[in-house]
Design a protein around this ligand. Structure first.
Ligand SMILES: Cc1cc2nc3c(=O)[nH]c(=O)nc-3n(C[C@H](O)[C@H](O)[C@H](O)COP(=O)(O)OP(=O)(O)OC[C@H]3O[C@@H](n4cnc5c(N)ncnc54)[C@H](O)[C@@H]3O)c2cc1C
Length: 418
């Protein structure tokens, strides 16, 4: 629809705040605006009929929370925050000068402050290629399931958390895992931790007998033929899905390569392998300080609400404590993984030492130290050290006198530093 046509026809309804997106970032933003300014009129516009809600928040450490994410009917947000109206529609145009947005159903709304929380889109290797599938929302996960049932051999391209989980979750299929980096899961962990997890690659996943605590996702309807507008999935994206082929599982890892061309099945016989080796620098480990995960979506939604409210009401706000330290908890190959601070030595290259404790199949503990002070840590397994290490990173205590004993299993550092 052309913008000029819409602006002539539509009646413009005014709001103090408009938030576009009903994912975690958008919903958190609206909830915080309600707390900050209960008399303001707030509109949340989202392309899906369900919105995301954060529940069961359990603080693990000062900066690390564990929480569940559920999909809920929009009306629940309206009941909880009476000054919030949720509307199912798709924003197609923004006029920043007029402070106005326009939707696919021909409606228009003006705002004093606007927050855009529309999430990410998958970076596709090839668009509209029948051999390429991707995972972002419930609909794409279902499509993946329907394809995997008949598959004998698949290529998984990517080296982040989703690819790592996928390699773990898919069974009964031959998997070629293609990564640009030197080692697996490089977006999160270093080569040592990758080696710890690599021995798990060929193992079949052990089915958990404990019930899934998080609610399983309900399928969104495909929006206007475009599943891209559904909210992004989370750690349970595979729960309830049968990701099983009819063959034996075998995983081959191809590192420092990139897919250069996708051929038809009969062309493959002619060309053989179709992945390209990268130049040595191209796949090297990336520097990482902000990851785009649930925790960050929640933190950014909350901070955006404070910034909008502050600029409208001239109130002073302070930087949130969560920005002091990066922290993230996840699971890879069934192991608990905690990342703290400069966990990969980001920003302190060439200046840091690493302290390491490694017990095959059980735990991997890495501390990044600069001048005897802890800057970051990777904890894999049930180490129970996250709170102690978070404190040591935040208070920057000089730990030189402990040397390697910091990770000595016979020294109970948890008690020592508490
Ligand atoms: C398969 C998968 C697994 C993941 N696993 C984890 C994990 O284990 N741990 C973790 O922390 N994170 C995980 N993530 C990442 C996590 O899901 C995202 O970081 C988080 O959901 C981002 O939230 P968001 O609110 O920014 O965006 P989204 O959840 O994507 O929400 C965007 C919202 O904007 C709406 N929207 C988009 N365009 C428009 C428009 N034009 N008009 C109106 N509305 C619009 C959408 O309908 C949606 O409601 C995973 C992601 C995926 C895809």
């Amino acid at each position: 629809m052309v913008y000029e046509q819409i602006s002539e026809q539509a009646e413009i309804k005014e709001y103090t705040y408009i938030v576009i997106g009903g994912g975690i970032a958008g919903v958190t933003c609206a909830e915080h605006l309600y707390i900050l300014q209960p008399e303001a009129e707030i509109l949340v516009i989202t392309a899906t009929s369900l919105i995301k809600a954060v529940t069961n928040i359990l603080p693990l450490t000062k900066t690390l929370d564990s929480f569940d994410v559920e999909e809920r009917p929009a009306v629940e947000l309206e009941t909880q925050c009476p000054n919030v109206t949720v509307m199912k529609d798709t924003v197609i145009q923004l006029d920043a000068e007029k402070q106005c947005i326009y939707t696919s159903t021909g409606r228009s709304f003006s705002y004093e402050r606007l927050c855009i929380c529309t999430g990410a889109s998958p970076k596709l290797i090839a668009e509209n290629n029948p051999y390429v599938v991707w995972i972002r929302d419930t609909e794409s996960a279902r499509q993946f399931q329907s394809r995997i049932n008949k598959a004998k051999r698949i290529i998984i391209a990517g080296n982040g958390g989703i690819a790592t989980e996928m390699v773990h979750e898919v069974t009964g299929v031959e998997i070629l895992w293609v990564i640009r980096d030197k080692h697996m899961t490089a977006n999160y962990i270093d080569a040592g931790a990758a080696e710890f997890l690599r021995s798990e690659l060929d193992k079949e996943k052990i089915e958990s007998t404990t019930p899934v605590k998080r609610r399983r996702y309900i399928v969104d309807e495909v929006q206007d033929g475009s599943p891209l507008l559904g909210g992004a999935l989370g750690p349970d994206w595979h729960s309830g899905l049968e990701l099983k082929g009819s063959m034996h599982r075998k995983v081959t890892l191809e590192s420092e390569v990139e897919i250069s061309k996708i051929l038809e099945p009969d062309e493959v016989k002619q060309f053989g392998k179709t992945i390209t080796k990268l130049n040595s620098d191209e796949g090297k480990n990336k520097e990482l300080t902000t990851m785009r995960l649930w925790t960050q979506a929640r933190q950014m939604g909350s901070y955006a609400a404070k910034c909008m409210w502050s600029s409208l009401t001239n109130q002073e706000i302070y930087m949130d404590f969560c920005f002091e330290l990066f922290s993230h908890a996840t699971k890879f190959f069934g192991h608990k993984v905690i990342l703290l601070g400069l966990f990969n030595g980001q920003g302190v290259e060439g200046r840091y030492e690493v302290l390491l404790r490694y017990t095959k199949g059980m735990e991997y503990i890495k501390c990044v130290m600069v001048d005897g002070r802890m800057q970051g840590a990777v904890l894999i397994g049930e180490t129970d050290l996250e709170e102690t290490f978070e404190n040591l990173i935040l208070n920057q205590m000089d730990l030189s006198e402990f040397g390697d004993d910091l990770l000595n299993p016979d020294v109970d550092i948890e008690d020592y530093f508490d």
